[in-house]
Design a protein around this ligand. Structure first.
Ligand code: GLV
Ligand code: GLV
Length: 321
């Protein structure tokens, strides 16, 4: 009997509960691996499939989009979709979808983990205990910065920015935010105060970034903006690396223009600026924003829902382009 199931290209192995659904409903054009596909394997996979689920590490260029004539939908296993050439997508009439909502809490939680870890020197403390060099409690040991009651500055007030702001209540932190569409913020609690980017950077003790990466937000935070921050302030980035000029962050940290940084994303992942790893006042994570089992399973199910809708001739629930 011929297999009538639609063909799917899946660029990476996803969590087991997602793989179980994938294997039941689709014919896989390639067996996915737990590693990034080569550009050739990616292109071959996309060219053979009716639908595809790809990840943020898969760079999908115009040439590939035009070559994949059979493909109807690219479901990006991420909320951000800067890895896909959107002009080519529009020209070709391809459907691109993302995975909003299901990773909002996981990413907001990780943002707070970085806020607390950088301010309270969690990683240095852990290293000291493990090293066997800890000589016992001391009144002056590893003193960090107070978090409670300090001012939280949020750049970008989409779902994740708002979820980060909501978590500030327990820390009694006044929230300042900057967004390109301040008028869209009429539903925000009145305690959250809009600021220009410059004023937000000047007032905040913790600055956290939650905008998408687009040509407009590339290097939104560079040397000039870092100089607007307080020397006691911390910069947190769980959005996309290229929003921040990584070299400028390194220089600012080295000369004390800012106090510290918590980074989950980098300009050239998985490479990082060579000086970052030598700086004690930074906490470096390997792009873990959505990395909970719950979020990663839900992200897969959202991709599958979008794929199914498009293959059935219905609108995709999370159509972005
Ligand atoms: C992760 O970085 C995402 O965009 O989902
Ligand atoms: C610290 O451990 C304290 O008890 O104050």
């Amino acid at each position: 009997m011929t297999d009538r199931r639609p063909t799917l290209y899946l660029s990476r192995l996803l969590p087991d509960p997602v793989m179980a659904v994938v294997r039941e409903r689709f014919q896989l054009v390639q067996e996915p691996l737990d590693a990034l596909p080569t550009p050739l394997a990616l292109r071959e996979g996309l060219c053979q499939a009716d639908a595809a689920i790809v990840t943020l590490g898969d760079l999908i260029d115009a040439e590939t989009i035009h070559a994949a004539t059979r493909l109807k939908i690219l479901a990006n296993y991420a909320v951000g979709y800067n890895n896909i050439d959107l002009a080519a997508v529009r020209a070709r009439g391809l459907i691109v979808t993302n995975t909003p909502d299901v990773l909002t809490d996981a990413t907001a939680d990780l943002t707070w983990a970085l806020i607390l870890a950088t301010a309270r020197r969690i990683v240095e403390g852990d290293a000291l205990v493990r090293s066997g060099q800890w000589t016992g409690w001391s009144p002056t040991q590893l003193m960090g910065a107070e978090v409670s009651g300090k001012t939280l500055g949020i750049i970008g007030m989409g779902r994740i920015g708002q979820a980060v702001a909501q978590r500030a209540v327990g820390f009694r932190m006044p929230v300042r935010y900057h967004t390109r569409q301040p008028n869209a913020a009429t539903s925000f609690p009145c305690e959250w105060a809009y600021r220009s980017l410059k004023d937000l950077l000047g007032e905040s003790d913790m600055v956290t970034i939650h905008v998408p990466l687009t040509p407009n937000t590339h290097h939104l935070i560079g040397a000039r903006e870092l100089a607007w921050m307080k020397p006691t302030a911390f910069l947190i980035n769980t959005a996309r690396g290229p929003i921040v000029d990584e070299g400028a962050v390194v220089n600012s940290l080295k000369i004390g223009i800012i106090a510290g940084a918590g980074l989950d994303v980098y300009e050239q992942e998985p490479a990082i600026h060579s000086a970052l790893a030598e700086l004690k006042q930074v906490v470096l994570l390997p792009h873990l924003g959505s990395a909970t089992l719950h979020a990663r399973v839900q992200m897969g199910l959202v991709c599958l829902k979008n794929v199914q809708a498009v293959l059935d001739g219905h609108p995709a629930p999370n159509h972005v382009q």
